[in-house]
Design a protein around this ligand. Structure first.
Ligand code: XIL
Length: 374
């Protein structure tokens, strides 16, 4: 529930566009540069700098024409926000609701957009009917789910977030794994099994682990980073197909961060020869105070600092925001608002609720353009 509601592809199957190396720009440079008079989109600016720019999209793009136009103008890829999540797709054991995902995939294919399927297996958002099943039953449900969903979009969905958020140290499971139906019944082997199954169903798709909170430099963020690197090593040693690491990038300025340290982490992923995709960029602006313009400036500065560092790592190939306009951000969801304690409409994205560019748009533009060419 939203509370504040008012292929001429870059080689579909080989997103390693390459060709750019970045070096950090001075963070002190202002991100409030005047809008250029040229009509450039984030997708075109990104592509000139070796990046595919995209955003998560949901049904709003079919009901709000101004929003749809924003996607067509600004993005080169879309992520299926909630349409492909297990509980949305399978509210009952025998019911598959493909309508929402079909519409997004059809739209993206017609418009030549790359598609990121989100997500096949996640220990959150499990429907109640998954409870009290045996190991054999859960194995069968997961395998059949992956077969059915991946095969339906074979050749259309270019990248899969096969497993979302495998880690949550707060659950105190060994290795820091997130607990939930898949982990509880299958142990951490559910991850390898899911990747093997997805690769079999569509050998041409790019397969990713997507993880949250790694931007934080506190104990939690560092534990997740370590867990993730260990998991990558285990998967690679076992020959499990894994092509990319998605890092969500939901920036949380209320927690400590250290962008230079984060670059070191990205370099550790890059050393393992994987692509890096920033998959869900937005920012929790709850802690910023002052007028809208003062807060928007702080948002832009934080986003610029983060991205200008991230973009120094050549293996970073994609940046997607989680939606495009403040109007449709998940930060407006009742439950998320309750958790964040926000008392005013969140402004986490590059466009405001009237689809007008905010300083965050210019911060992204500037960070992309600051990526040094080889
Ligand atoms: C969010 C969706 O956007 C919301 O509509 C839904 O209610 C909750 O989930 N990390 C993820 C995404 O990986 O799947 C989440 O999406 C946002 C946080």
């Amino acid at each position: 529930m939203r509370r504040f509601d008012q292929k001429s592809l870059l080689n579909r199957r080989n997103l390693l566009v390459g060709g750019t190396v970045g070096l950090a720009c001075t963070a002190a440079q202002s991100v409030m540069a005047q809008p250029s008079t040229e009509k450039k989109s984030l997708a075109s600016i990104a592509s000139q700098n070796g990046i595919i720019f995209g955003a998560a999209a949901a049904r709003e793009i079919f009901v709000d024409e101004s929003y749809r136009k924003l996607y067509l103008g600004e993005t080169k890829s879309i992520t299926t926000d909630y349409a492909l999540k297990f509980d949305a797709l399978r509210p009952e054991e025998k019911v598959f609701q493909f309508e929402g995902a079909d519409a997004l995939v059809e739209f993206a294919v017609a418009k030549g957009l790359i598609i990121r399927g989100h997500t096949l297996v996640w220990n959150e958002n499990s429907p109640p009917w998954l409870k009290n099943k045996s190991k054999a039953q859960i194995t069968k449900i997961m395998d059949e789910h992956i077969d059915k969903v991946v095969l339906r979009y074979k050749g259309k969905i270019d990248i899969w977030d096969v497993v979302n958020e495998p880690f949550w140290p707060g659950h105190n499971a060994s290795g820091g794994y997130r607990q939930g139906i898949w982990y509880d019944v299958l142990g951490k082997d559910y991850i390898a099994q899911a990747f093997k199954r997805a690769a079999k169903a569509d050998p041409g798709a790019k397969l990713a682990i997507n993880e949250a909170h790694t931007e934080r430099s506190d104990e939690l963020g560092l534990a997740i980073r370590n867990g993730l690197l260990r998991l990558i090593d285990e998967m690679q040693n076992a020959g499990i197909p894994l092509h990319a690491i998605g890092l969500q990038g939901h920036l949380q300025p209320q927690f400590p961060s250290n962008d230079a340290g984060y670059v070191k982490f990205l370099e550790q992923i890059a050393a393992r020869k994987l692509e890096i995709h920033i998959t869900e960029l937005d920012i929790d602006d709850t802690i910023y105070t002052g007028s809208v313009s003062v807060r928007d400036k702080q948002v832009a500065e934080r986003v610029y600092a983060y991205l200008s560092h991230v973009l120094t790592v050549p293996n970073v190939k994609m940046i997607s925001t989680w939606q495009l306009s403040d109007r449709y951000s998940w930060y407006n969801d009742t439950e998320v608002l309750r958790k964040s304690g926000a008392t005013r409409a969140p402004r986490p994205l590059p466009f405001d609720s009237d689809m007008t560019k905010k300083p965050m748009w210019f911060a992204i533009e500037k960070a992309l353009n600051g990526r040094k060419k080889i």
